[in-house]
Ligand binder design. Structure first.
Ligand SMILES: Nc1ncnc2c1ncn2[C@@H]1O[C@H](COP(=O)(O)OP(=O)(O)OP(=O)(O)O)[C@@H](O)[C@H]1O
Ligand SMILES: [Mg+2]
Length: 236
C-alpha cells in the first residue's frame, strides 16, 4: 500500500528525516513510535504531501507520489488526522463532518447515509451535531477528527498522536477505535508516543530516533524488547 525508501526531508539546514525506509501493507496497522522531535510528524507530512522530500521514494498503491500535493493524495485515498486533531472550532460538528466529503462525488442520499452511519458509530457526535465544535471535549474532538477522516473513505489512514492530551479512559476509547478499524480492514499508519498502547493495537512497528529508523518488527516482539521497554515503556 505504502512504501518509503531512503526518504530524507529537510527544514532548511535541519535534516528531520535521514534516509527512512518503511512499509505499510494493505490491511495492516503499523505503529511509528519515537520521542519528541524524532521526526514522526515530519514523516506523515512528507507522506501526505504537506512537506516535500529532499530525496528518496514514496510509493502509494504502486504510484510514485513524492512531491505530489495534499489534495491530489487525499483524492487518491490518503487521509491524515493531524497532530492536535485539526478540528475547525469556528464551525459546527455537522460542517466539520461534511468536510470529509469534499473530495468525494457523493449524492445527497449517500451523504445522508454515511453521516448517519458515522453518527451511529459515535453517538456523542449526534447529540452535538449542530453545536460549535469548540464546545467538544478533547476526546469528542478526536472522535470528530476520526469521523471526518473516515467519511473521506480513505484507503490509508495516517494518525498523528491521536491519544495526546486525553484522559486515560478516552485514550482507551481511541485505541479501541483503532482496533475496530483494523478489524474492518482499514490500513493505518499510527504515530504515537504512547508506545505500549500503540504496540498493543498494531501488527508491526518502527522506532524512529532523530530522523532514523533504529528498530522495527512485529509489534508483539517490540513490546517485549528490552530496548523498547527501557526507552519507551519502562519509564512511563
Ligand atoms: N517547520 C519546521 N521548521 C523547522 N524545523 C522543524 C519544523 N518542523 C519540525 N522541525 C524540526 O524537525 C524535527 C522533527 O520534528 P517533528 O515535528 O517531525 O517531530 P515529532 O517526532 O513529530 O515530535 P513530537 O513528538 O514532539 O510531535 C525536530 O527537530 C523539529 O524541531
Ligand atoms: Mg509530532
Amino acid at each position: 500500500m505504502l512504501a518509503l525508501s531512503d526518504l530524507t526531508t529537510n527544514y532548511g539546514r535541519i535534516a528531520a528525516l535521514k534516509g527512512v525506509s518503511l512499509e505499510v501493507k494493505e490491511g495492516e496497522v503499523v505503529a511509528l513510535i519515537g520521542a519528541n522531535g524524532a521526526g514522526k510528524t515530519t514523516l506523515l507530512k512528507t507522506v501526505c504531501g504537506i512537506v516535500s522530500p529532499a530525496s528518496g521514494e514514496i510509493l502509494f498503491q504502486g504510484a510514485h507520489i513524492g512531491g505530489k500535493d495534499p489534495s491530489d493524495l487525499y483524492s487518491r485515498g490518503m487521509a491524515l488526522i493531524p497532530e492536535g486533531r485539526g478540528i475547525l472550532t469556528t464551525m459546527t460538528v455537522r460542517d466539520n463532518l461534511l468536510l470529509g466529503f469534499y473530495n468525494r462525488k457523493a449524492s445527497s442520499a449517500e451523504i445522508a447515509r454515511d453521516m448517519d452511519e458515522m453518527l451511529t458509530r459515535f453517538p456523542v457526535l449526534r447529540d452535538r451535531i449542530d453545536q460549535s465544535a469548540s464546545v467538544l471535549s478533547g476526546g469528542e474532538q478526536q472522535m470528530l477528527a476520526i469521523s471526518r477522516a473516515l467519511l473521506a473513505r480513505p484507503k490509508l489512514l495516517l494518525m498523528d498522536e491521536p491519544s495526546l492530551g486525553l484522559a486515560p479512559l478516552v485514550v482507551q476509547q481511541v485505541f479501541e477505535t483503532v482496533l475496530d478499524l483494523q478489524r474492518e480492514g482499514l490500513t493505518i499508519l499510527l504515530v504515537e508516543q504512547n508506545a505500549k498502547q500503540a504496540l498493543q493495537v498494531s501488527d508491526r512497528a518502527y522506532v524512529l530516533e532523530t530522523g532514523k529508523i533504529v528498530l522495527s518488527g512485529e509489534a508483539e516482539a517490540l513490546l517485549t524488547s528490552p530496548d523498547v521497554q527501557k526507552a519507551y515503556i519502562g519509564g512511563r
